[in-house]
Design a protein around this ligand. Structure first.
Ligand SMILES: O=C(O)CCC(=O)C(=O)O
Length: 285
């Protein structure tokens, strides 16, 4: 369905498709409702489309390299994902990653596992937020992230990293929190602004002498998130899961997104189109 118009009415968020069928999308986020005095005030004049993120939020993401998305997964979605992840871990459903003791702590290839993973990773609500950051044509990446992790105290596999090497083809990472994360149970740590530092092929930033001399990782800040919260980061941003110092678990799921590469003639089999179309704008002639 080509979705062309988003608008707020009676605190509900509506989508109207080009076929003029209108569909309710859900309750309007508080911040959006508060800012919308009339439908026209949030309409992008050129596209006649109401943007789910303000230009200030988009600028914040570009400047700082991260944004807590203004909406959460519903408690039912969180519960469905938690059950599916625990099922995958308990039944050791491959592909999985184990910790040093052989325990399964991560399930991979979430997209291939179907719902509820597909529903969350390609939900209209999430893609509406990614649209102002990535544009209308969006692909989900199958060979970066696409996994869910259960972090416990003894796991100890956290390290500062970037998700890509160079800025020319960076990606957008979304971390979905399926349990509340706090400083105690190892919320995500980020180093704001580090997406502007030069590209480097360094898997574990804390072990790199140049990074250590810069003292840049000492500038990291914790980002506590509620259960169901979603954090978008520029994948060049230096980040790490924190250390879980509680007896409990800390479950999250991670996915990566690209805008469609308009210079690629061949569809990448590791990319799934989740919004818009595969465009090609190469000048071959
Ligand atoms: O869960 C987190 O806090 C970080 C996740 C992450 O960096 C990853 O999955 O690559």
């Amino acid at each position: 369905m080509a979705e062309s118009l988003y608008y707020i009415e009676s605190s509900r968020y509506w989508i109207q498709s080009s076929s003029l069928r209108r569909r309710e999308f859900g309750p309007a986020p508080d911040w959006l409702g508060a800012r919308v005095s009339s439908n026209a005030s949030r309409r992008n004049v050129q596209s006649n489309k109401i943007m789910p993120l303000t230009s200030d939020q988009v600028r914040f993401f570009q400047h700082c390299g991260y944004l807590k998305l203004p909406e959460r997964l519903s408690p039912d979605e969180v519960m469905g994902l938690r059950e599916a992840i625990l099922d995958g871990i308990n039944h050791e459903m491959e592909p999985v990653v184990r910790d040093r003791t052989g325990r399964v702590v991560r399930i991979s290839a979430l997209w291939n596992r179907g719902d509820p993973f597909r529903a969350a990773m390609a939900s209209t609500g999430l893609l509406n937020y990614l649209d102002p950051l990535l544009g209308p044509n969006i692909e989900l990446i199958l060979n970066r992230h696409n996994h869910a992790t259960l972090r416990v105290a003894e796991e100890g596999s956290n390290y500062f990293h970037r998700d890509v090497i160079q800025w020319t083809r960076t990606i957008l990472t979304v971390i979905f929190y399926l349990e509340e994360t706090t400083v105690e149970n190892g919320c995500t740590l980020i180093v704001p602004g580090t997406h502007f530092l030069p590209g480097m092929d360094v898997p574990d930033l804390g072990k790199d002498e140049r990074i250590r001399r810069m003292g840049i990782l000492e500038q990291s800040v914790p980002v506590p998130m509620p259960a169901g919260g979603m954090l978008a980061i520029n994948s060049l941003l230096m980040h790490s899961a924190g250390e879980n110092r509680t007896p409990g678990t800390r479950m999250s799921m991670t996915a990566g997104y690209h805008s469609v590469d308009e210079l690629s003639r061949i569809p990448n089999p590791a990319h799934v189109l989740v919004r818009g179309e595969r465009i090609y704008r190469g000048n071959d002639g």
